[in-house]
Design a protein around this ligand. Structure first.
Ligand SMILES: Cc1ncc(COP(=O)(O)O)c(C=O)c1O
Length: 452
């Protein structure tokens, strides 16, 4: 029997019914963009995302089964909303008068910083270990490193937070980190924005299956879901251990008018996922073939998750991105060290052939990996919340040394902060701003009015 799609069925029937739309939205189902007939609001029978007990709840339960989650909640506002909810739920575990503390890998997305500002969380950073300092995107963390960091915490943290896969497709050993967290009775939260599809590999490489307590997955990044569609997954093991209400936590950070187009897209994805595993396996094989051929031609491909092509050099990454664009291929991300292409089984064999042609041969044939210097952790002089909410000014990055970072300054993508709100900007940080093409930064305004 086909997987039910209660949400999409309801809206399709409503769109066909000829009912007078005496309710929001204002387009009344007329085709301005083309999709308006399916764009509805919380009318009778349509359920409501933050009080779901009808067709949305049924659809979420089907998604939870696909992902093996204790509970899955839909987001129409991306992983960004799920990250805030995840941290809010984890902060509920905190006891004591001090601010809740989270241990987090330094390569967080800026949504994490925003969540810390909103929830007034303290962060102890897990810095990249070994040779991982070459890109702000990556942050290798070992179980021994995590053990040591936990041992060095003056106050008890309420969670450990990592980003995996990161923007370059790297990931620490999640199962080993989860085992450390288990020993300490802590939930491991994984920003899996880039890895919803990992569940459908054989064997699954999804963080929930590797021991994570909660994950956010941007369905829209790797599955056929409209932009904004995401999941908050809670593991079976942690569902009853979290004191807060997950639905409430999502609602705290979401619009009261979530997009039904996005919700239908998540609903339809449930049916797609039913037969996705084999298509994914075939596509991963095809991509592996392309990887082999590019390597034979002299391109240096970095290790990454299976749906990504990450090319390091030769020369600077942005030059290769320009070359690919001239060849009719737009990549996901390029910085001085790497070019990232994100592909899915919705890319055709012709797409892969065009990508291969656009690469051509590396110039000069030389393999050269450009690396950026590792960034020492800057000194923190203010809480993230204080810094984000302080009066701020925007100044040229080259003049920011010695000032306090206000809003996290990021190149987007990858939206990974180089300096975090509340930290003093050092010369090394200013140099890194330059390397990532960041010209201006927001700094906390000084009390004596000394500005630019
Ligand atoms: C690692 C990471 N986490 C979280 C996010 C936020 O996801 P979303 O755009 O779905 O809100 C992104 C977005 O690119 C990301 O790259």
């Amino acid at each position: 029997m086909a997987v039910p799609t209660p949400l999409s069925d309801f809206v399709a029937a409503y769109a066909q019914s000829g009912t007078v739309r005496a309710h929001m939205p204002g387009h009344k189902g007329k085709a301005f963009l083309g999709c308006e007939a399916l764009d509805i609001t919380e009318i009778r029978g349509a359920d409501a995302l933050y009080e779901a007990d009808g067709i949305i709840a049924q659809s979420e339960a089907i998604a939870a089964r696909h992902f093996g989650a204790g509970r899955t909640l839909y987001s129409a506002e991306g992983s960004s909303q799920c990250i805030r909810a995840m941290l809010c739920l984890a902060a509920g575990l905190h006891r004591g008068p001090a601010r809740p503390l989270i241990l987090a890998g330094r390569n967080v997305h800026k949504a994490f910083i925003h969540a810390c500002a909103l929830l007034d969380l303290d962060v102890r950073w897990l810095m990249p270990e070994g040779e991982g300092g070459g890109s702000v995107c990556s942050c290798p963390i070992t179980p021994a490193g995590l053990e040591q960091a936990l041992g060095g915490c003056a106050a008890a943290p309420c969670a450990v937070y990592i980003t995996a896969p990161d923007y370059l497709g790297g990931s620490p050993d999640i199962a080993a980190l989860a085992a450390v967290c288990r020993r300490h009775g802590l939930p491991l939260l994984v920003d899996n924005a880039h890895g919803a599809y990992l569940r459908f590999l054989t064997p699954s490489r999804h963080p929930l299956d590797l021991g994570a307590a909660m994950t956010c997955d941007s369905a829209h990044k790797t599955l056929p879901v409209l932009t904004g569609g995401a999941y908050l997954h809670i593991s079976k093991a942690w569902l009853d251990r979290l004191p807060g209400d997950p639905r409430l936590a999502m609602g705290l950070f979401g619009s009261t008018s979530p997009s039904y187009l996005i919700l239908q897209s998540l609903d339809l994805c449930n049916r797609y996922l039913e037969t996705y595993g084999q298509r994914l396996a075939d596509f991963v094989d095809a991509l592996q073939g392309l990887r082999r051929r590019l390597t034979q031609k002299g391109w240096h491909l970095a290790q990454s998750d299976p749906l990504r092509l990450v090319v390091c050099g030769p020369g600077e990454g942005r030059g290769l991105a320009r070359k690919l664009r001239q060849g009719g291929v737009e990549c996901e991300y390029a910085d001085p060290t790497a070019v990232v292409l994100m592909l899915t089984p919705e890319n055709t064999p012709e797409d892969l052939a065009r990508i291969e042609t656009a690469f051509g041969l590396p110039e000069g044939g030389a393999r050269r990996t450009v690396t950026l210097p590792a960034l020492p952790l800057p000194r923190q002089v203010m809480s993230i919340r204080q810094a984000v909410l302080s009066p701020a000014e925007s100044i040229p990055a080259c003049r920011a040394v010695g000032r306090i970072c206000a809003a996290p300054t990021v190149a987007c993508p990858p939206a990974v902060p180089i300096a975090v709100s509340g930290e003093i900007i050092t010369q090394a940080v200013a140099d890194a701003f330059g390397a990532y093409g960041i010209d201006r930064v927001d700094v906390v305004r000084e009390p004596d009015g000394r500005g630019e």
